[in-house]
Design a protein around this ligand. Structure first.
Ligand SMILES: *Cc1c(COP(=O)(O)O)cnc(C)c1O
Length: 374
């Protein structure tokens, strides 16, 4: 009969997380590491591959990786939960602590998954917008949390996509002001070197999120982790899919984590690349650059959408367009790549903007063509 019953009406206006997967020469849109694993690690993996048991179900809680991460953070295995990317943990936290009749608070502009997961889990979303300089409106957050109905507070730290860190004193005050779970998303910890980990002992409600997707070159494998009190971990074990973290990813992540000093040099290079990009952008007329503690840089220009399109079409350079996100009008985000990729991005940006200026060509009529994206 060919009929299809309609899906849940609450999802009618929900937009999937930017599923766009364009392969171009210079990929600077997703805050990935510019390189795959270091070659000495690849050799080690290749050598041991014949012993890997592809036929067995994974360890549901990734015991080996969990213990490694616990030890490195001065915690017990019971404080650690491994996820299929940090994204799975953000979702499961909202399943376990959110849900119908419950409320999550975030601070936009910020990582869009918090709001998408709120919708998908039926959690009410309260948004306390950031100030014009993208710092947190601390008073407004504390006062809103003081109303007592918030179940989860999410702080991306550094904030994606704006790049800045929250004040530590504010986060401590927030932790003390509420019994809501406070998820401090440290996806860029290895770049910012800033963590709330020391405050876990005094604040039961602190949950820290990290990932292997950015600093450890493993975005393709999907491994993230949470540091939290054992009660929080065991609650998430109730709702998660038991085999969400596959055995191969667990195996590779454990190798990578053991060998993490091998990434130090690459990380320093990325930090130098960030300076290269910030410095280069500041030299280009008509660009405002925002400080970053992560591996990406947000900048604002009058011709953002047109620049995004020209970079892609004429230079095969892909950055992220936020110019249609409320609060980020005119903004693009570029991920730090290799020195050569950064140079290509800067030269292309300079050329596009100077030729637009030379043509006396303004964004009013040059913005038409792009599909929306967040
Ligand atoms: C990249 C990112 C994550 C997690 O990414 P995964 O690939 O799912 O581990 C979480 N939060 C923020 C803010 C991010 O930018």
């Amino acid at each position: 009969m060919g009929a299809l019953r309609s899906p849940r009406p609450e999802f009618k206006d929900l937009i999937p997380y930017s599923a766009k997967d364009v392969r171009v020469e210079v990929m600077l849109a997703s805050n990935e590491h510019p390189a795959s694993l270091p070659s000495e690690l690849l050799a080690k993996i290749a050598e041991r591959l014949p012993d890997f048991s592809f036929n067995r179900y994974p360890d549901p809680v990734a015991t080996e990786l969990r213990e490694l991460i616990a030890e490195a953070n001065g915690l017990e295995a019971g404080n650690v939960l491994i996820g299929n990317g940090g994204d799975e943990i953000i979702f499961n936290l909202q399943l376990a602590w959110g849900g119908p009749g419950r409320t999550v608070l975030d601070m936009p502009p910020t990582f869009s998954m918090y709001a998408i997961d709120a919708k998908a889990t039926g959690t009410s979303l309260v948004q306390v917008p950031r100030l014009d300089d993208f710092s947190i409106d601390e008073k407004a957050v504390l006062s809103r949390v003081g109303e007592g109905d918030i179940d989860i507070v999410v702080v991306s730290n550094p904030n994606n996509p704006t790049g800045g860190l929250a004040n530590e004193s504010f986060l401590i005050e927030l932790l003390g002001a509420t019994d809501a779970l406070v998820l401090v998303d440290e996806a860029y910890f290895e770049f910012s070197r800033h963590t709330m980990r020391p405050h876990m002992a005094r604040h039961e409600n602190l949950v820290i999120l990290r990932t292997f997707s950015k600093a450890f070159s493993l975005a393709g494998l999907r491994i993230g982790y949470m540091l939290a009190q054992p009660d929080v971990v065991s609650e998430l074990l109730k709702v998660r899919q038991p085999y969400s973290v596959d055995a191969f990813a667990q195996w590779i992540a454990a190798i990578v984590f053991r060998e993490r000093p091998a990434f130090e040099q690459g990380l320093s290079e990325i930090l130098r690349g960030r300076d290269q990009i910030m410095h280069g952008l500041r030299l280009i007329h008509g660009i405002e650059v925002f400080e970053s503690e992560a591996n990406y840089v947000l900048f604002r220009t009058e011709h953002a959408s047109a620049l995004w399109r020209d970079l892609l079409r004429n230079y095969s350079v892909l950055v992220r367009d936020f110019s249609r996100t409320p609060g980020l009008e005119g903004c693009l985000r570029v991920t730090v790549g290799t020195p050569e990729e950064n140079r290509r991005f800067l030269e292309a940006t300079d050329e596009v903007l100077s030729s637009r200026r030379a043509a006396g060509y303004f964004c009013k009529n040059a913005d038409g063509a792009k599909a929306s994206e967040h």
